[in-house]
Design a protein. Structure first.
Lengths: 291, 543
């Protein structure tokens, strides 16, 4: 399964800068989906092959344009076997809508939904009659919010942005940065066993906690569905293989949405849950779903 | 230098100097004289063509907002509610119930030989049906093994059968947005939004509805358009890829291609630099039948799909505000760049907030870079109020209103989306004219069928299927409506010096009608039969 990170954020928040950073650093073979090559600042000397829809770089990275059908573009990208796929949502898109595709596209696993925000303009944007509701929608399902351009923001602007996000999306982790520069592990869930006491103090992404549960046997689909529907928002992801009605199924869960697809051959049974420090112990909850 | 003189019972010219005539003299495809019988001998030896002597002629109709892909839709079965005529002239009565739709699909299914070939239908719109929506069981009754997709007329929803659900891996246990369920939690087979629809289309294979333009498809569109009196149609919008350009050039080069095509470049396909370079290069390659120069922008979605951007008080049923398809500031930058490059913009705005934003951005662009006669046009602009129209007039903008919407969705707008009082100003043709905004009216085919006489009827009567008159003061006169589908539409395309009226030097493009749309009773405009068209002096019979 290829990890997939959706990067959202309004026009000017720094999404393209972030993508350019990834491609230039190239510590992995990134596969990047963008709306438009034009804004990408790819060094011409790096370009190995290019057609209308994709650019392959000599450092192993590849960029594709999204076109009308995101799933189609993802399939094209998967053909290059990248280590990690990053989807740059358009400035007005709802990143959560795009993220859900990863739940049904075979071969991808959904990593944190990242939303960049311009620390200078976020508070003003949330008061703007033309853009406020779009910003709210974008932040609504964010799991990692990156305040960018904090060097240019006044203390009042930054404080306003923090207050707004604490109100809109208290569940999200926060990172504050400049030039859209972030530690690479922020683009994947990097769970640790023990929760940290505060989520607002550190300047790196707060860790997530993780739990593994191996079902003792087949699960009951009706009870499992009911159980998933009742999970609290502190559960960010569940993924792994289970047996339902005699078939091995891959479950992917994110933010109260989920999909079952046929499990890849050889995947051992077991569910991995990733959550905020408030995530409850899932073992007794899931055990009630055993058929 | 042969001259042909066409004789008609009456010729409505839309030409102020000679508004009415009986004779039209044509040389080299252009009008050399218009007037009474005395002009027949004024231009040397002439062939008198009196086959339309008992008909009425008007300038050929101009469809200011259509999509040439209409011609290719008909490769798949039509599943729409309203009657519609196929390119071959076959009349489809319209399917008035879900049972009628499935019965028709069964007929098409039986004709397919290869059991793996998917069955795709288009034009479905359940908004008109009372009672339960179409379900997976309905389509499984057609076939549970052959993949079936019924595309809605909006383009934003599919209904599919269980064969498609299975292949997509969508099941009762999938819980993602866009998979609709019944009260018991089972999937209904209705797929909403690009994520799940795209997966279905890709899983089933070539859905047929997403193909690039080709020459046979354009011929089919030409056949549909000329049958309703159209001699010029936009294709709004077109990616203008090499494939599409080859098809456009190929079709319009054919001697018997019956319409002039005016494609608008879909801006979002290109970066600003590339888009401006392409449209500038294409502009010089225009021919008599293929005109380049316009660019299309899309600001929001549709009202009945709840994706249009509305100002306060928003959707009548409380739905959340719609979506920007482009960020407001980005729209400003795009408008400015194309405006500076001398391009004419056609800007899709359905909701009033989108219209207001586009008007604001055009205002900023012309303040920064004054350019006379830009004629930037808002397309659809369905909910603009008087204040927006006044600002548009002050900016020198034009409007092309979606008059067909009044009939096709007027009742739904009054009941659900806009509420009874705001719906009165849906496609406010009279207000636009009163404010001094040049007006065209359109069908947006294939969203509603291209038929300018019907579009005129909508703007003149504003009747809905329930016999409600939606906003009586917004009704316009027959003469205003005829202007809006001829010279008015030509003005919005910057082609009013070539088409849109019957005047010396302009193309000899006519619609040939059984009756005069200015003299029949207002409610009868849509029933006037079209006997043919004349394009550059060449006669096309309507049959």
């Amino acid at each position: 399964m290829i990890p997939l990170t959706v990067i959202g954020g309004f026009l000017g928040a720094g999404k393209t800068t972030l993508v350019n950073n990834l491609l230039r650093g190239a510590q992995k073979r990134w596969g990047v989906l963008v709306n438009d090559f034009g804004a990408l600042n790819v060094d011409a000397a790096l370009i190995e092959a290019q057609d209308g829809r994709s650019i392959a770089l000599s450092n192993g990275c590849v960029c594709c344009t999204m076109g009308d059908d995101l799933g189609d573009a993802l399939a094209t990208l998967a053909g290059y076997r990248p280590d990690h796929v990053v989807v740059e949502a358009s400035g007005v898109a709802d990143p959560w809508r795009i993220a859900q595709l990863a739940l049904v596209e075979p071969g991808f696993s959904l990593e944190p939904i990242v939303v960049l925000a311009d620390a200078m303009t976020l508070a003003a944007g949330l008061a703007d009659r033309w853009v406020a509701d779009t910003l709210r929608r974008q932040l609504g399902f964010a799991e990692l919010i990156i305040f960018n351009k904090i060097d240019q923001a006044s203390p009042a602007q930054l404080a306003g942005a923090r207050v707004a996000v604490a109100e809109l999306r208290p569940q999200a982790r926060l990172v504050e940065t400049t030039q859209a520069s972030i530690p690479l592990d922020a683009l994947r869930f990097s769970p640790v066993p023990r929760p940290q006491p505060s989520r607002f103090l550190a300047d790196t992404p707060h860790p997530f906690i993780t739990a593994l549960w191996v079902p003792p046997g087949p699960l009951d689909p009706v009870r499992l569905r009911a159980c998933l529907a009742d999970l609290p928002p502190s559960v960010l992801r569940i993924k792994g293989a289970v047996t339902l009605n005699g078939d091995a199924k891959l479950l992917q869960y994110a933010a109260e949405r989920w999909a079952f697809t046929p499990a890849p051959a050889g995947l051992p049974l077991g569910l991995i849950a990733i959550g905020t420090p408030e995530m409850p112990d899932l073992a007794p909850i899931l055990a009630a779903c055993v058929a | 230098m042969s001259t042909t003189v066409f004789v008609a019972r009456r010729i409505v010219t839309m030409n102020c100097s000679i508004p009415l005539a009986t004779h039209l003299a044509v040389r080299d495809g252009r009008i050399i004289g218009v007037g009474d019988a005395s002009i027949a001998s004024q231009f040397g030896p002439a062939v008198i063509d009196d086959r339309f002597a008992d008909s009425v002629m008007t300038p050929g109709f101009v469809e200011g907002h259509g999509h040439a892909i209409d011609g290719q839709m008909w490769r798949a079965p039509y599943a729409g509610y309203y009657p519609r005529t196929a390119p071959d002239g076959a009349h489809h009565a319209g399917l008035r119930s879900i049972a009628a739709v499935t019965a028709d699909l069964r007929r098409h299914e039986a004709a397919l030989v290869d059991p793996a070939q998917p069955l795709i239908a288009w034009g479905f719109d359940p908004i008109y049906f009372d009672g339960p929506r179409m379900t997976v069981a309905d389509l499984d009754s057609v076939s549970a093994t052959r993949p079936i997709i019924v595309a809605h007329v909006s383009g934003h929803i599919y209904n599919v059968n269980s064969a498609v659900l299975e292949r997509c891996g969508f099941s009762r246990d999938s819980n993602i947005d866009g998979l609709l369920r019944d009260a018991a939690g089972n999937l209904t087979g209705e797929l909403q939004g690009p994520a799940v629809m795209g997966r279905a289309a890709r899983t089933v294979g070539d859905a047929g509805l997403l193909r690039a333009l080709d020459v046979p498809g354009l011929r089919a569109y030409g056949a549909i358009a000329r049958r309703v009196g159209v001699t010029t149609s936009t294709d709004l919008a077109n990616a203008l890829t090499e494939t599409n350009l080859t098809a456009l050039r190929g079709a319009t080069a054919e001697a018997d291609f019956p319409i002039r095509l005016v494609p608008a470049m879909r801006a979002r396909e290109y970066s600003l630099t590339d888009g401006i370079a392409l449209i500038s290069q294409l502009r010089s390659q225009s021919t008599d039948k293929l005109h380049f120069g316009m660019v299309k922008l899309v600001v929001d979605g549709s009202i009945q799909g709840f994706t249009a951007r509305l100002r306060w008080p928003g959707y009548h049923n409380g739905a959340a505000n719609g979506l920007w398809y482009v960020a407001p500031a980005e729209l400003g930058a795009i408008v400015e760049a194309y405006h500076r490059a001398g391009v004419q913009l056609h800007i899709h705005t359905n909701g009033d907030e989108a219209s207001e934003l586009a008007t604001e951005m055009v205002g900023r662009a012309i303040a920064a870079h004054p350019r006379p006669d830009h004629r930037h046009t808002l397309q659809h602009c369905q909910m603009a109020d008087e204040a927006i129209f006044r600002r548009m007039a002050a900016n020198g903008m034009c409007v092309n209103l979606f008059a067909n919407h009044i009939y096709y969705w007027g009742d739904q707008h009054a009941a659900i989306t806009m509420g009874p009082s705001r719906a009165q100003r849906l496609d406010a043709c009279a207000t636009a004219l009163a404010c001094g905004v040049p007006l065209a009216i359109h069908s947006d085919t294939p969203v509603t069928p291209v038929n300018p006489l019907f579009t005129m009827w909508c703007a003149v009567n504003r009747l809905t299927p329930s016999d409600r008159v939606l906003g009586p003061p917004e009704r316009i006169t027959q003469a205003q409506a005829l202007h809006a589908v001829t010279l008015g539409a030509a003005w919005t395309l910057k082609l009013d010096h070539k088409i849109g009226s019957l005047d010396i030097g302009k193309f000899a493009d006519c619609a040939v009608l059984a009756d005069d749309p200015l003299q029949v009773a207002p409610e009868a405009i849509k029933d006037i039969s079209v006997r043919g068209t004349i394009l550059g002096g060449q006669v096309f019979a309507a049959s």
